[in-house]
Design a protein around this ligand. Structure first.
Ligand code: HEC
Length: 156
């Protein structure tokens, strides 16, 4: 696949694959399984960085303002990604519930809530006020739970 010299054809392919990367957030998936992998990957990375903020707030790891800010920025970025990867009926083989497509308004409302709360969390992390960060973290965590309670099936 990789070629050292680039002729016209490989240049076109390079440009096209760049376009695919740019469109990834808009759910250009050819296979349902790819969409499921994508959204689960986004959730799991988001969750990893969200948990690191929690541990810093609880004092389980050092509260380093720069680290907390970096983690909050990643959470805010990842929070935008899963939503383009829920093609209709892609519950099978995942923990997504069919309710997602029965109640799209509520599902979308919780996504928007998560996006705005994680942006707020990132902005507060930058300001460094630990109490404010803690409050925003708590609000965000409630949204995670609210959506999971309605739209995610329990892990066996
Ligand atoms: C708008 C709804 C919604 C919100 C808000 C939401 N999630 Fe989820 N989450 C889901 C759904 C649906 C799944 C199941 C996805 C699947 O199995 O394909 C999921 C799956 C996950 C998973 C499992 C991923 C995997 O590897 O299978 C983790 C971890 C997770 N969410 C963490 C979070 C955290 C942390 C937050 C808040 C910061 C959050 N989620 C907010 C809907 C949501």
């Amino acid at each position: 696949m990789e070629r050292v010299t680039m002729n016209g054809k490989t240049a076109v392919i390079a440009v096209l694959s760049g376009a695919l990367v740019a469109f990834a957030a808009e759910a250009q998936f050819t296979k349902v399984g790819d969409a499921i992998d994508y959204r689960q990957g986004a959730f799991s990375i988001m969750s990893h960085h969200f948990t690191l903020i929690s541990r810093a707030l609880k004092g389980e790891i050092a509260f380093d303002a720069a680290e907390v800010t970096a983690n909050a920025n990643l959470v805010a970025t990842m929070a935008k990604l899963p939503w383009g990867a829920f093609p209709v009926g892609s519950d099978a083989g995942s923990h997504a519930k069919p309710e997602i497509w029965k109640n799209p308004v509520k599902f979308k409302q919780l996504q928007d809530q998560l996006v705005s709360q994680t942006e707020k969390l990132a902005a507060l992390a930058k300001e460094g006020d630990r109490a404010a960060i803690k409050a925003a973290f708590g609000d965000t965590a409630k949204t995670c739970k609210e959506c999971h309670d309605s739209f995610r099936s329990k892990h066996e």
